[in-house]
Design a protein around this ligand. Structure first.
Ligand code: WT7
Length: 648
């Protein structure tokens, strides 16, 4: 993962053929710069509005924006009904590929019927617009149906990644006060069914404390036995499957809450990021159209994310379906039954647009090019990357080996909070550089600034700083659920004078002024593109009776981007101090949070490096974890602490 300055001169202009047929052209930048709000009003016309909006943006209540005020729409209608009405009912919306090899194709007409059944039944259950519904499901069509049924009824969904623990699920159910949980009996994991409904039962019985859940709706996916609570638990196939397949969608205000999605912050408590309807759908639709150059009549699109993350929300469900996509939805892991799986799927469906994460690209590299080389991948015409910085070496491999040395690559920077892509090349327009997110999209404004907010100046040398968004954007978060103080505090106080959004990422401008994302500058780690807070892992560790104190850092990892490295101090009465304890502590984090938060290394140490104000010096621990020479230790209370850590 070495990056040299030479990389900056390495530029890949679009081919004339691609540029000639591209959805985007350079005039978008000019039009957006001349009249930003007019530009977004134009993009909003991609959608069907039951009631046209009267004001594009109201920012008087900053940092809470109102986009498309006065407008009313139904998000699900925009993703389904209008395509059917326009005569595309027979177009396949979803090519589902199950992990065990089962497949299912759903046309827009069928998807609309399924979503309508679900909407009718949820209404029958007494759910009304504004209620919250937790969705805890693997990657199966019913997950998308459940999401769209909520959107159709104005129910605010909270999708919880099916890899999360019962504790994490319960925390999210309680925070959002969900009335309903939608789940499956189990999920396929490398050929074996693993229980999932069990986790919901555990979540709901924790401490026997009261919860807000009235029903648990269960899809049968694996056929495994599940415990059953009469009256509370309902089978999807006994209920929704028998409901009427027609349903009239009602319009909701542009600012109606669409979903909450929890993400890690710098404290142990996850933040419920709130997204609303009109602006969110406008920007996800616009970016999916321009950044992926999506053509509804010919493209086969595949985004490999899970619906448990924002990428699944914005680039599997809302953006793509609003654009009448035909897409692949794959349930399983990339190496089941073997490492050929993704390439077989690309070949089988003739995937043209493929969107994945750098961690997977690096895994493919490790497996070797002989695997993709045995497949016909010539259908691919564009590749996307998201979730973490893509190192130039992986970028080139992606383009050469997967993209036959010809496809454009879009490295897309955005966040759960931004809702949609913000910084990315435009295919057919931008000459891309391996590893650079390049420039803010038309309609988006970002800057790289120093601590004081002064824009850094690139020239003959590149310049580093912090990434800020200095103008509101349609798909921006509208707050943190139940905690607007934390919303202001987290994103809007650092550059309060300027009124800018602080993204939490470091960035640099190269000598051409193009933007490179450098990674988080706060206590948030990025493991395989998943956001995990150091505090969350630390609190899972100290919950173990043998641990007195813990400090966690993200250390550079060749495959996962970062790996979690923990330093723990044991309590005086800890008896086991060896490998068995370390294994137990790793398991503890897995069950408390999720297997993705499992530490790569745990070091038992006698002391932790602290400043005089008692703050753990994570920077120094990162040096230790990465085997580097120690940085400045002058602010430490006890600079000799590292000798004891080394001995420990
Ligand atoms: C953080 C947001 C956006 C969906 C997936 C992650 C990092 C995201 C890139 C990129 C470099 C990136 C940032 C950001 N990140 N995309 N193209 N290049 N870094 O969403 O979980 O909200 O995480 O992911 O650090 O702040 P998320």
């Amino acid at each position: 993962m070495t990056e040299t300055n030479a990389d900056h001169n390495d530029s890949y202009p679009p081919t004339t053929e691609f540029a000639a047929a591209a959805n985007a052209d350079v005039s978008l930048y000019e039009r957006a710069a001349a009249d930003r709000e007019g530009f977004w009003a134009e993009q909003a016309q991609r959608l069907h509005w039951h009631q046209p909006f009267t004001q594009v943006l109201d920012w008087t209540d900053a940092p809470v924006a109102t986009w498309f005020g006065g407008g009313q729409l139904n998000v699900a209608y925009n993703c389904l009904d209008r395509h059917v009405i326009d005569g595309h009912g027979d177009q396949v919306a979803i090519h589902f590929e199950g992990e065990p090899g089962d497949t299912r194709a759903l046309t827009y007409a069928e998807l609309l019927a399924e979503v309508s059944r679900a909407a009718n039944y949820l209404t029958q259950l007494g759910l009304v617009a504004g209620d919250r519904v937790a969705i805890y499901m693997p990657m199966i069509p019913e997950a998308i149906i459940a999401i769209l049924a909520c959107a159709r009824l104005g129910l605010t969904h909270s999708v919880v990644f099916a890899g999360f623990s019962p504790t994490a699920l319960r925390q999210r159910i309680d925070d959002a006060q969900a009335r309903l949980v939608i789940t499956t009996d189990g999920q396929w994991r490398r050929g074996t069914p693993a229980p999932l409904k069990d986790a919901v039962d555990q979540a709901l019985t924790t401490d026997d404390a009261p919860h807000t859940v009235e029903h648990v709706l269960v899809v049968r996916r694996t056929g495994i036995e599940v415990p059953w609570t009469e009256n509370r638990d309902l089978w999807w196939h006994d209920t929704i499957a028998h409901a009427s397949p027609t349903h009239q969608a009602q319009p909701f205000d542009a600012e109606h809450p669409l979903f909450i999605l929890y993400t890690s912050g710098t404290t142990g408590k996850p933040k419920g990021i709130l997204h609303t309807s009109g602006g969110y759908l406008t920007q996800t639709s616009y970016t999916h159209h321009t950044v992926f150059d999506h053509k509804p009549d010919t493209d086969i699109y595949w985004c490999t994310a899970d619906i448990g993350w924002i990428t699944g929300h914005s680039y599997i469900v809302y953006g793509p379906l609003s654009n009448r996509v035909t897409q692949v939805v794959y349930e399983g892991t990339p190496n089941f039954p073997d490492e050929h799986r993704h390439f077989q799927i690309i070949e089988k469906y003739g995937v043209t647009l493929y969107y994945t994460a750098p961690t997977l690209i690096r895994t493919f590299m490790k497996w070797g090019r002989q695997i993709p080389d045995t497949h016909d991948l010539t259908s691919l015409r564009l590749l996307g990357s998201v979730g973490e910085p893509i190192n130039p070496e992986a970028w080139r491999w992606y383009r050469d080996v997967i993209g036959a040395g010809t496809t454009p690559i879009v490295d897309t920077w955005w966040q759960t909070e931004t809702g949609a892509i913000m910084i990315s090349p435009l295919p057919g327009v931008t000459a891309t550089k391996p590893g650079a997110a390049m420039t803010p999209l038309p309609g988006i404004s970002a800057q790289v600034v120093d601590e004081e907010g002064t824009p850094v100046r690139h020239g003959e040398t590149e310049a580093n700083g912090y990434l800020v968004l200095d103008q509101p954007w349609p798909s921006m978060l509208r707050g943190i659920w139940g905690d607007m103080d934390r919303y202001r505090e987290t994103y809007w106080t650092r550059y309060a004078d300027q009124g800018w959004y602080f993204a939490g990422d470091g960035a640099k401008l190269d000598t051409d002024g193009d933007l490179w994302i450098l990674g988080r500058v706060d206590d948030v780690m990025n493991i395989s593109g998943h956001r995990i807070s150091t505090a969350e892992v630390e609190s899972a560790l100290v919950a173990h009776p043998a641990v007195a104190e813990a400090a966690v850092v993200g250390a550079t990892d060749p495959t996962t981007g970062q790996g979690i490295v923990a330093f723990v101090i044991l309590t005086a009465d800890a008896t086991d101090t060896g490998q068995a304890l370390i294994t137990e502590l790793k398991a503890q984090v897995s069950t408390q949070i999720s297997p993705i938060a499992r530490p790569r290394d745990i070091h038992i140490v006698p002391e932790l490096p602290k400043t005089r104000s008692g703050k753990i010096m994570r920077r120094l621990l990162r040096d230790v974890a990465e085997g580097r020479q120690l940085g400045d230790t002058s602010t430490l209370v006890d600079p000799t602490v590292f000798e004891s850590i080394a001995r420990g």
